[in-house]
Design a protein around this ligand. Structure first.
Ligand code: HEC
Length: 459
């Protein structure tokens, strides 16, 4: 947040800063017939905002819950922006997330001055896929993630504390109360869902500060408590095969959204051990947002700091920690993936780029740009069956497939507007899985009164 004098100065100079050539290059939409027929999507709306540090901070603050722009999350006048941003800050504060860092008035002024609704979208060639949508769970829920195990696709409701499993053949849905330790009516904060190699489902609970393991065959829960209070248990460290990482002694690891630390859980004894990472030179601990992590072949853990704008490494054997700045300010590194050569593929939420970092050579070896301007990639996942990477086109209602050798990117469009996705999951049949993960869920325009799991079968 910017205060007093600094804000007054910024107010004075902001209009000039925005006029500096090169500082603001809005995307120009082609006027061809096919583009004229395209709907305006969130990424299109972002693409015409002047590129620069403010736009990147808008993306970082406004897209972690839902798409911004059309179909539902936009305004026109200053008064309208003020009103809605006030409400958003309150939601952010009530959930104790510290996502929206820009000053509310500055943000409202900037959006009123710069946000425009393009007349139409942009045509871009997409690949064919057979897509099936499965309605699962109540419409009022918030379903952050999904995973497939034991013939079902699983989602969990952040607010409603329920786990839903939809049969991937019949579409029949089973539901289970999640045994989280929260007062009735309070959110457990179900966040990440992923599986270990034995098919067990693991879920983090950012609000209950717990981790739950679910056996989908026996339908049994095991609850782990005792994590750092107020730490926001966030994200399991993942491996190159996109399983929850298990270290050589069977330990599993997780990040905490509100702390610069990782925890190790011994699933047999329930013992939890904490490992501190590095403090940030400018941000309070709560503002860093140490988000996702992956393990390399040596058991070193590589993590991203979304607001801290760094990535780093914790070596559990020695306690050594190193951190590096992202190549650009406010890039917003999010859910990264690692490949079998210990190369990191880091999606940048606020730039639409992917930083490729070779951990063995200690070098950024590439920085790829997604083909849809204004898109904000939330997550990259490696398909263990093919070695391809799948990237969520969270602002363009799409999924991207990235060939790591040729760097070619294929676009698959999801059938709904507002189709905000955060994860991709894979089955050995060649199917690709995700879910509509907007908060609020109703921001995705679907004909169902439900959450939605998606199966995408490339043709
Ligand atoms: C912590 C989650 C979260 C963040 C971060 C967030 N929003 Fe929202 N947003 C919501 C929820 C929940 C709703 C629906 C409830 C409501 O409108 O109050 C919503 C609705 C909206 C709407 C539609 C409101 C309507 O009535 O049509 C707009 C516009 C919007 N958000 C803009 C923004 C902007 C701009 C930002 C960044 C400053 C932002 N949001 C950040 C959760 C969030």
């Amino acid at each position: 947040m910017i205060h007093g004098f600094a804000r007054a100065l910024l107010g004075l100079f902001l209009p000039f800063i925005l006029l500096i050539p090169g500082c603001s290059k809005p995307f120009v939409y082609p006027e061809d017939e096919r583009s004229q027929a395209e709907p305006v999507r969130s990424a299109d709306w972002i693409a015409v905002l002047p590129e620069g540090e403010i736009r990147r901070q808008v993306v970082l603050g406004c897209t972690p819950c839902h798409q911004i722009g059309p179909p539902v999350a936009y305004r026109k006048t200053l008064e309208e922006w003020r009103e809605v941003i006030g409400r958003m800050k309150k939601i952010d504060d009530d959930l104790d997330l510290s996502l929206i860092r820009l000053d509310a008035e500055e943000l409202a002024q900037w959006l009123a001055a710069n946000a425009k609704l393009p007349k139409h979208g942009r045509y871009i060639a997409t690949a064919k896929a057979d897509i099936r949508e499965y309605p699962v769970g109540v419409k009022t829920g918030f379903y952050h993630d999904m995973a497939v195990s034991a013939g079902r696709a699983w989602i969990a409701d952040y607010f409603g504390n329920k786990l839903y499993g939809v049969d991937i053949d019949t579409g029949a849905v089973d539901s289970f109360d999640l045994p989280v330790n929260v007062a009735p009516g309070k959110p457990g904060g179900a966040h990440q869902i992923d599986t270990t190699r034995d098919g067990m489902i693991w879920i983090t609970f950012t609000k209950a500060e717990q981790v739950i393991r679910f056996d989908p065959a026996k339908k049994e829960f095991k609850v782990y408590s005792g994590f750092e209070k107020g730490g926001n248990v966030q994200y399991f460290v993942m491996d190159a095969d996109r399983y929850v990482y298990e270290d050589k002694d069977g330990g599993i690891w997780m990040t905490h959204f509100s702390r610069v630390m990782l925890s190790r859980l011994d699933p047999k004894t329930g013992e939890i051990k904490k490992y501190r990472t590095a403090p940030h030179p400018r941000l309070t601990e709560k503002g860093v947002h140490l988000y996702a992590a992956v393990a390399d072949s040596q058991g070193r853990l590589w993590f991203t700091e979304t607001h801290g704008n760094r990535f780093g490494m914790l070596d559990p054997r020695t306690g050594e920690v190193t951190v590096k700045d992202m190549p650009e300010k406010w890039a917003g590194p999010k859910r990264l993936a690692i490949d079998k050569d210990d190369v990191l593929w880091i999606p940048e939420l606020a730039t639409g780029k992917i930083t490729v970092y070779d951990t063995r050579a200690d070098k950024i070896v590439d920085r790829l740009t997604l083909p849809i301007a204004g898109d904000f990639p939330y997550g990259i996942r490696r398909n263990r069956y093919t070695g391809d990477f799948w990237i969520t086109g969270s602002g363009s209602d799409s999924l991207y497939r990235l060939n790591p050798k040729t760097k070619a990117i294929t676009i698959y469009r999801l059938p709904r507007r507002g189709a905000y996705t955060r994860t991709v999951s894979f089955t050995d049949s060649g199917d690709i899985w995700t879910n509509y993960a907007s908060f609020p869920n109703a921001h995705t325009q679907v004909p169902f009164d439900a959450g939605v799991v998606i199966r995408l079968r490339p043709q």
